[in-house]
Design a protein around this ligand. Structure first.
Ligand code: ADP
Ligand code: MG
Length: 392
């Protein structure tokens, strides 16, 4: 049974009638442009065909009733309880319910009407693997409340409100890429986002290439402090480079040539971090013409370079990610492979020739398992369309 059928059936069991609507919002994988979002750079994610599905209807009850299929738990809350993050019986919201509650909070702050809903939802985006299960939950609820409220915002606007929910209500300091990709994704396309202007466009994913996502099964740890250290190093680089380049606002404004001339002025660690960012931003701009001309091999090489840079310069990789990426890169049919997401765990994304995908997946799993004694989940993904209503 498909997930959309499953949520519709569970809705029926919970509420005794069929749902009026089904919303869907995908997870995402970033193929190029890692750790550059907070340096005003470019990212190149795709929405994937793993998604959150919500079966929902408007209710006249004084609160919303949400049932999480994956956590087998319900939450009830009314708009007045949102600031306190409590349910209608005074108990704290379960952690998962902070995401949908945050979305209503953010929509209400923006002046949008959010009628109470009853809903059952489930997702096949793996949680905590770096494929943005949280943004897929947020965007699915943003679409659901948009539908019930009878208003329409541009997808990017909705993504920004979902990001605000995660930043300010849930309290997770994420950039805009995740919600953007989930909101604006297009079938068979990669989405190029300028993180400074928020302008975006799509580029074709070469037809013969499948996206394979291999989960190391190592969950992120220590990310908050490592992430803050990296951000601070980037800011320090900008501060020091301003002596020679007074007009720069972010590492985005520094070319590779300029950086090469001035790098000796930076302390070693700051230099390594900044070099990753400056070169990674250049790689994303080189990717544009490669994708336009269908040069999947050239694009894959950029992914390999990105992995090496995240490993050696930005130092956000771990042995399991390196084993998975090297194994993938050495297998037949692989154009390129790299750790995706913030690092320190999670997944390796590879681009693989479609006619060699099944052998690739089998061999990758075997190689990773024999080297690490860990079992990897491996997903063959398509670039999919962004969040929206689908017919029940
Ligand atoms: P990710 O990298 O997958 O986005 P996060 O830590 O940002 O990881 O978000 C994971 C959290 O999002 C979960 O702990 C849960 O609170 C919420 N979430 C994700 N998927 C679901 C789901 N299927 N049902 C309910 N809540 C979910
Ligand atoms: Mg997340």
């Amino acid at each position: 049974m498909s997930l959309r059928q499953k949520v519709a059936e569970i809705f029926q069991e919970c509420f005794g009638c069929a749902p009026d609507h089904i919303a869907r919002a995908p997870g995402r994988v970033n193929l190029l442009g890692e750790h550059v979002d907070y340096n005003d750079g470019f990212v190149l994610p795709a929405a994937i065909d793993h998604a959150t599905y919500i079966a929902f209807s408007k209710t006249s009850a004084p609160h919303s009733a949400l049932y999480s299929v994956d956590f087998a738990e319900a939450a009830f809350f009314s708009p007045t309880e949102l600031p306190a993050k409590t349910q209608s019986d005074g108990s704290p919201l379960p952690d998962w319910a902070r995401y949908p509650a945050g979305v209503i909070w953010s929509l209400q702050e923006a002046g949008q009407s959010t009628p109470n809903m009853q809903a059952a939802f489930a997702s096949d985006v793996p949680r905590g693997a770096g494929l943005s299960s949280s943004a897929s939950v947020e965007m699915a609820f943003a679409i659901a409340w948009q539908t019930l409220g009878g208003w329409t915002l541009p997808p990017m606007q909705l993504a920004l409100l979902a990001q605000k929910a995660e930043n300010q209500y849930v309290g997770v300091n994420c950039g805009i890429m995740d919600q953007f990709a989930s909101a604006c994704g297009e079938k068979d396309r990669l989405m190029l986002l300028d993180c400074r202007s928020l302008e975006y466009r799509s580029l074709p994913l070469p037809k013969d290439a499948a996206i394979v996502i291999a989960d190391t099964s190592v969950r992120r740890s220590l990310t908050a402090s490592a992430y803050n250290d990296r951000r601070a190093a980037c800011e320090e680089a900008v501060r020091l480079l301003k002596h020679d380049l007074p007009d720069i606002k972010a590492l985005r404004d520094v070319s590779v040539d300029e950086f090469n001339q001035l790098a000796y002025k930076l302390p070693d660690e700051v230099q390594k971090r900044a070099r990753h960012v400056v070169e990674e931003i250049e790689r994303t701009t080189r990717a544009i013409s490669l994708l336009q001309s269908g040069d999947v091999a050239g694009f894959g090489r950029l992914m390999n370079e990105c992995h090496a840079s995240l490993r050696d310069l930005y130092e956000v990789s771990i042995p399991e990610l390196n084993i998975m990426a090297s194994a993938a890169q050495s297998l037949d049919g692989c154009y390129g492979a790299r750790l995706t997401g913030a690092g320190f765990g999670g997944c390796v994304a590879s681009l693989v020739a479609r006619d060699q995908v099944s052998a690739f997946v089998k061999n990758l799993a075997a190689e990773y398992e024999s080297e690490t004694r860990r079992h990897p989940e491996i997903y063959i993904c398509e670039a999919s369309s962004g969040a929206g209503i689908i017919s029940p």
